[in-house]
Design a protein around this ligand. Structure first.
Ligand code: PLP
Length: 393
C-alpha cells in the first residue's frame, strides 16, 4: 500500500501492544499478571465522576471552546499558580489527554529538518509524535551512573544547529527518576541559552516519593532560568483519570492559540463531560489533594515493596530506584541467551513461561531493560516477583 510519508515510519504504541496481548491471553483463560500498563489501578474518585454525571444531566454535553471550558482553564491556572508566579489562563490549553497536548506542541513547533532531543530512556510516544511532525527525534542518553539524568555537557554533545527542542519527563516514565531542582535548572538554562524549546512533561509530578509529595518542576525555577517552554500535565495519572482523556499544556497565550487552532481541526475539544469532571478536580483542590495523597502513599508503599522483593528474590537484576511515577525499570540483559537476545525476547519468555506481562526496554530506547508497573496490588506484585524469580532461578 502506498502510504503518505506522514506515517512512513510510525509504529503502534509498544506499551499498548504488550498490554493488549496480556489482556487477550487473560481472555483466553491464561493466568496472567498484567504489570505492563501505564495507569493507576485506582478508580477515579467518586466525587469527580459525579461531577461529570451531574454535568451531563444539566446538559453540559455540547462542544466547548477548543482550548477548553474557560472555567476549567482558569481553575487549572489557579491550581498551578504559586505566590507571585501567576499562570495566565490564556496560556492553558485543555486537550484530549496529555498525549494530544504533546502532539499540539510538537506539531506546532517542529517540522522537516528540525532535530528534537529526547531524553532517553523516553516515554514511548515521544519519538513517534516528533516523527508525525516530520521532525527528527535525536536521542540524548545521560550516564547510567547518574540514572540517565542529563547534564548540559551531555546535551551539548548531541545538539547541532538543527536542534529545536528537548522533551523529557520528570518523574520519568519509564525509569521513575526525578530531576532535582538544580539539575532541572541546569537543563533549562542550557535550553534557554541555546534557544531550544523545552517541553517538560510533568504528568507524574504528584506521584513523587520525596519531600512534599510534589516533584520539582519548571514552574519552580526562576523565570530567568527559562527560555521558550511548554509545560505538559494532566489529570490522567495524578487523579486516576486515564480513560477520561484530559491533559493540558501551559505556554504563552500566543502559542496556546496555535495549539488551540491545531486541535480545533482534530478533536475540537476534550470531551465535555470529562472537562466537567476535571473542573471539579481542579476546583475542589483540598479534596483532590486528599485523594492524590492517598494514592501517592499507596504507590510509595508499593515502591518500597517492589524494591525489597527485587533485592531479596532477584539480586541478579539491577534496577533504577524509582523516586516517582509507578514503574520499576530493571536490567534484563543478564537474561539474554541464545534465541533470547533482546529485552523483547526476554519479556515474551517471561510472559509465556511465568505469565507476567512487563514491557521490553526497546519501547523506551533502552534495550537492556524492562519496565514493570507497580500500580497493582501487593499480592500481584509479590506473585509477579515470585514467578520471575522461579523462572530465572
Ligand atoms: N506523558 C507521559 C510521560 C506518560 O507516561 C503518559 C501516559 O502514559 C502521557 C504523557 C500521556 O498521558 P495521557 O493519558 O493524559 O494522554
Amino acid at each position: 500500500m502506498d502510504l503518505s510519508p506522514n506515517v512512513a515510519s510510525i509504529q503502534p504504541s509498544a506499551t499498548i501492544a504488550v498490554s493488549s496481548l496480556a489482556k487477550r491471553l487473560m481472555a483466553e483463560g491464561r493466568d496472567i499478571l498484567n504489570l505492563s500498563t501505564g495507569e493507576p489501578d485506582f478508580d477515579t474518585p467518586g466525587w469527580i465522576s459525579d461531577a461529570a454525571m451531574q454535568g451531563i444531566r444539566e446538559g453540559r454535553t455540547r462542544y466547548t471552546p477548543s482550548p477548553g471550558l474557560p472555567e476549567l482553564r482558569a481553575a487549572i491556572a489557579r491550581f498551578l499558580s504559586t505566590g507571585d508566579r501567576v499562570v495566565d489562563p490564556a496560556g492553558v490549553v485543555v486537550s484530549s489527554g496529555a498525549k494530544q497536548s504533546l502532539f499540539n506542541a510538537c506539531f506546532s513547533l517542529f517540522g522537516p529538518g528540525d532535530d528534537v532531543l529526547i531524553a532517553t530512556p523516553y516515554w514511548t510516544s515521544y519519538p513517534e509524535i516528533v516523527g508525525l511532525a516530520r521532525a527528527n527525534p535525536v536521542f540524548a542518553r545521560g550516564a547510567e551512573e547518574r540514572d540517565f539524568r542529563l547534564t548540559p555537557d551531555e546535551l551539548e554533545a548531541v545538539a547541532t544547529p538543527a536542534t529545536r527542542g528537548l522533551i523529557f519527563s520528570s518523574p520519568c516514565n519509564p525509569t521513575g527518576v526525578v530531576y532535582s531542582l538544580d539539575e532541572l535548572r541546569a537543563v533549562a538554562e542550557w535550553a534557554r541559552d541555546r534557544g531550544v524549546w523545552l517541553i517538560s512533561d510533568e504528568i507524574y509530578r504528584h506521584i513523587y516519593f520525596g519531600e512534599g509529595g510534589e516533584a520539582p518542576g519548571i514552574r519552580d525555577l526562576s523565570p530567568t532560568s527559562l527560555g521558550p517552554q511548554v509545560l505538559i500535565d494532566g489529570a490522567s495519572k495524578s487523579f486516576a483519570m486515564t480513560g477520561w482523556r484530559v491533559g493540558f499544556s501551559v505556554t504563552t497565550p500566543e502559542l496556546a492559540s496555535t495549539f488551540s487552532a491545531v486541535q480545533s481541526h482534530m478533536t475540537s475539544n476534550a470531551a465535555t463531560p470529562s472537562q466537567m469532571a476535571a473542573l471539579a478536580a481542579y476546583t475542589d483542590v483540598g479534596r483532590t489533594r486528599e485523594d492524590v495523597a492517598r494514592m501517592r502513599d499507596a504507590f510509595h508503599r508499593r515502591r518500597d515493596l517492589v524494591v525489597r522483593l527485587f533485592d531479596e528474590k532477584l539480586p541478579g537484576l539491577s534496577y533504577l530506584r524509582p523516586e516517582g511515577a509507578f514503574y520499576l525499570f530493571f536490567r534484563v540483559d543478564s537474561l539474554f541467551a541464545e534465541g533470547r537476545e533482546s529485552a523483547g525476547a526476554v519479556c515474551s519468555w517471561i510472559l509465556n513461561e511465568a505469565g507476567v506481562a512487563v514491557v521490553p526496554g526497546e519501547a523506551f530506547g533502552a534495550p537492556e531493560f524492562a519496565r514493570m508497573s507497580f500500580a497493582a496490588s501487593d499480592a500481584q506484585i509479590e506473585e509477579a516477583v515470585r514467578r520471575i524469580a522461579a523462572l530465572v532461578g
